[in-house]
Every structure is written in structure tokens, then in C-alpha cells.
Design a protein around this ligand. Structure first.
Ligand code: NIG
Ligand code: FE
Length: 415
């Protein structure tokens, strides 16, 4: 008798059971994969049951440690923001005003503003101060449904300050109970002390990388390949340093001009090419062949009043997965809601609301090289969000608003 009870507990004795939920599973390659009157059961942070409530094992409710009634909420996989610069000090509202007067992002950068002005502020802030300034942004993203957040360095541009940024990123993950993936973006801009010596700076970046990696601070490596960033040759050197350590690469590619960045990151089997407004057909073909994700950043497109659309039809035609991210940063995309990024992707890029949701879940996970999240499926992490909405398209329809009932990471409610 005792053995039978133990066995029953073993089969459905979940840590948590969510019932009365309308699930958006995103199972399969298209469609929401919706299950009306659905249920989720999880143990040790991992989903064990995703399906209709009526197919639950008979003892599931009695055996679960915690039964949550979702009250008919829609439930999606936790959102994944796969491209942010959310750790920085200060702001650049002054540049926003300059751009409204007609100055371009490139002009401001060439005149000593832009990224380098955020570098000054970020270097001045101590680690705790940097955390204090950055944490509210990350919390805002989480509270609007983000359960995994990528955060790049790139405003330190020397060893200690890049390290400080990456440490703050890790501390954000601990403080908010969300997954944080760190990306080393030492090759973001040329710091003033290296003026006229970009190759020397790239050599220094390649030297810092192994030390930062040894400290467990680097999950991936990125660069800004652009006229006002670094050349293809310099970017290749950074990628070679990453490859020597077995680290995956991604790239700010073809944002302001076609610099053939997408083809380069594809050549390295990169996780993603990001921005990609000016990517050529050859670049798209290379991405398709390599399985590199296109990360669309409609916040930067919107703020810079860009008019050149990414090659969306080519991406679709070649089956290149399209992720959507905030690019949360003080210059080109002061955007603190992944849902708003989804909305902008629909309006500016004509993504369907379903494509936008897949872009912020399934394809975003892939852009981070993560296979354990992005859908509601047994074996995936129990990262999910409950939404007070009447239909899934509302996630990309509302501009702002508080639609979240609860955010769960590994089963735990963090909001
Ligand atoms: O993704 N393009 C380069 N990096 C950021 C902008 C960073 C900044 O302006 O501070 C981007 O748009
Ligand atoms: Fe960016």
C-alpha cells in the first residue's frame, strides 16, 4: 500500500500545477498551438505536463504541492529578450533632442557623442551604482513578461569596466530571479585612449576575452561591424578569439550600411545577425545555410527614423528564423518593453502578431543558443507568463499597459 502511494506521488507529485489556463504552446512550426482549458504541471523547475485539463492524471490535483487557478488567463512561454544593452549609466536624452533637430546618429557619434558618451558615464559609476541604475530597467522588462534576458557589455571598453558591466549583468539575474545571458561586446566603439589605433584596441579586446571567460562572465561574443564601428577584418579577429575559446558569436550587422556583416557571422556559424536592415541577398543566403537567426530590432529602426526595411521577404523565403528584441540602450532604442518591440515589429515590419510572439520566444531562444526554453512543452523549463488578455494577438496590439498577472521562472513566481 505504501509503495503504491509513493509511486503515485512519483508520477504526478508535481511542485506546481496550473489549471484553468488557455495555453499558447507554440508547439509545431506555425500557429499558436493553443489549448483551451489547459494545464501545466512541473517539477524541479521543468514542465512535465502540458495539455488539456481533462487529460490530467486523476490524482494530479491531490498530489501537487501547489495548485494555481489561472482564472482563464492566457499563458505563453516566458518572453526572451535576446539583444539588450540594459546595463549602462546616465542617459542620452540630449542626443534625442539633437536628432529631432536634424543631426544623424552617425554625425553625433563622429563628434564624440553616441556610444562613447555612455562609456564616460559608465566608467564613472562604481559597480553598485551601475547596478542601481540598471536594475529598474531589467525589472521593468521582467514585469512585462521577460524571463530570459541577454545583456551586453560594450560601454566599459577597458578590461576593468567591461568586467564591471558583465558582473552587474550576472547580479541582475540573481536579483530578479530571471535567466541572464551575458555577451561580451568589447568591440562596440573605439575608446578615446585608442584614437587612431583601432587595430591595437582589437588586439586588447582579444586579450581580455580569455580572462573574462575564465571568470564565467561570457556566454557569447558580439561586435559592431559598421563604418562607425569596426571593419570586417577587425571583427574577424574578435570572432577568431571567440572560436579559440569555444564561445558562440553574434553580430551587430548591416545596421546603417551593407558591410557584409551577416555573411561574416554566418561564416563563423554564428547564433545571430542583428539589425540587418541593409543585409544583401547574398548575406541572407549565407545566414540560411548556417542556420543564423535574424534578430529584428524595430526599436532602433523606429527611434532612428530608419526607412530601409530589413529583407523580410528574403528571410521568409529562405526560412531564416526572425527573432524580435528590444535592443534596450540609451542611444538608439531606449525601449523597456519586449511587447512594445513586438508591436513595432508588426507595424513597421509587417510581422504577424504570431510571428512577433515566436520571435520573442522560440526564435529568441535559438538566437541565444538555448534549447531548454521558448515553448510550452514537457522537458522545457517552466518559464511562463499569465496574461489578462482576450486573445494572443493582444500581446502585440496594446502599446504599453500592464497585462501581466504573473511571471514564473522555473516554476517560481517572480512577479
Ligand atoms: O544596437 N549599434 C550599436 N549599438 C547599439 C547602440 C548603442 C548606443 O547608441 O549606445 C545598437 O543600436
Ligand atoms: Fe544593439
Amino acid at each position: 500500500m505504501e509503495a503504491a502511494v509513493t509511486e503515485a506521488a512519483g508520477s504526478t507529485g508535481w511542485d506546481g500545477l496550473l489549471v484553468n489556463a488557455r495555453l499558447v504552446t507554440l508547439a509545431g512550426d506555425a500557429g499558436y498551438g493553443a489549448i483551451e482549458d489547459g494545464a501545466l504541471g512541473w517539477r524541479d523547475g521543468v514542465l512535465e505536463y502540458v495539455g488539456p485539463a481533462q487529460a490530467l492524471p486523476a490524482d494530479a490535483r491531490a498530489q501537487a504541492a501547489d495548485v494555481i487557478d489561472a482564472g482563464g488567463d492566457w499563458v505563453t512561454p516566458g518572453l526572451i529578450d535576446c539583444h539588450t544593452h540594459a546595463v549602462f549609466a546616465g542617459d542620452r536624452a540630449g542626443e534625442f533632442e539633437q536628432r529631432l533637430q536634424g543631426a544623424s546618429y552617425e554625425e553625433i557619434a563622429r563628434n564624440g557623442g553616441g556610444i562613447v558618451s555612455t562609456v564616460r558615464a559608465t566608467r564613472e559609476a562604481g559597480e553598485d551604482e551601475l547596478l542601481a541604475q540598471s536594475l529598474p530597467r531589467a525589472r521593468t522588462l521582467r514585469d512585462d513578461g521577460v524571463t530570459t534576458l541577454e545583456i551586453k557589455s560594450g560601454y566599459g571598453l577597458d578590461f576593468e569596466n567591461e568586467r564591471k558591466m558583465l558582473r552587474v549583468a550576472r547580479r541582475i539575474g540573481e536579483a530578479l530571479g530571471i535567466g541572464v545571458r551575458t555577451t561580451f561586446l568589447g568591440a562596440h566603439a573605439l575608446p578615446p585612449e585608442y584614437a587612431g589605433r583601432a587595430d591595437d584596441y582589437i588586439a586588447a579586446v582579444c586579450e581580455w576575452l580569455p580572462a573574462l571567460h575564465r571568470e564565467g562572465l561570457v556566454d557569447a561574443v558580439d561586435a559592431f561591424c559598421e563604418r562607425i564601428g569596426f571593419s570586417l577584418v577587425q571583427t574577424r579577429r574578435v570572432f577568431e578569439a571567440a572560436r579559440a575559446l569555444g564561445l558562440p558569436v553574434k553580430l551587430h550587422a548591416d545596421q546603417l550600411s551593407d558591410g557584409e556583416g551577416a555573411a561574416l557571422v554566418a561564416e563563423f556559424g554564428g547564433l545571430s545577425a542583428d539589425h540587418v536592415e541593409y543585409t544583401s541577398p547574398a548575406g541572407v543566403a549565407a545566414m540560411a545555410k548556417a542556420g543564423t537567426v535574424a534578430v529584428l530590432l524595430p526599436g532602433a529602426f523606429h527611434v532612428l527614423r530608419e526607412t530601409k526595411l530589413p529583407p523580410l521577404e528574403e528571410f521568409r523565403g529562405h526560412g531564416v528564423p526572425m527573432a524580435v528584441a528590444t535592443d534596450c540602450n540609451p542611444g538608439t532604442s531606449p525601449l523597456q518593453s519586449l511587447r512594445l518591440a513586438m508591436s513595432l515589429a508588426c507595424t513597421h515590419f509587417r510581422l504577424t502578431p504570431e510571428e512577433a510572439l515566436r520571435g520573442a520566444t522560440v526564435h529568441a531562444a535559438r538566437a541565444l543558443g538555448l534549447h531548454d526554453r521558448g515553448r510550452l512543452r514537457p522537458g522545457q523549463r517552466a518559464d511562463f507568463v499569465r496574461w489578462r488578455i482576450g486573445q494572443p494577438a493582444q500581446l502585440a496590439y496594446w502599446l504599453g499597459g500592464d497585462l501581466v498577472t504573473a511571471v514564473h521562472v522555473g516554476g517560481q513566481a517572480v512577479r
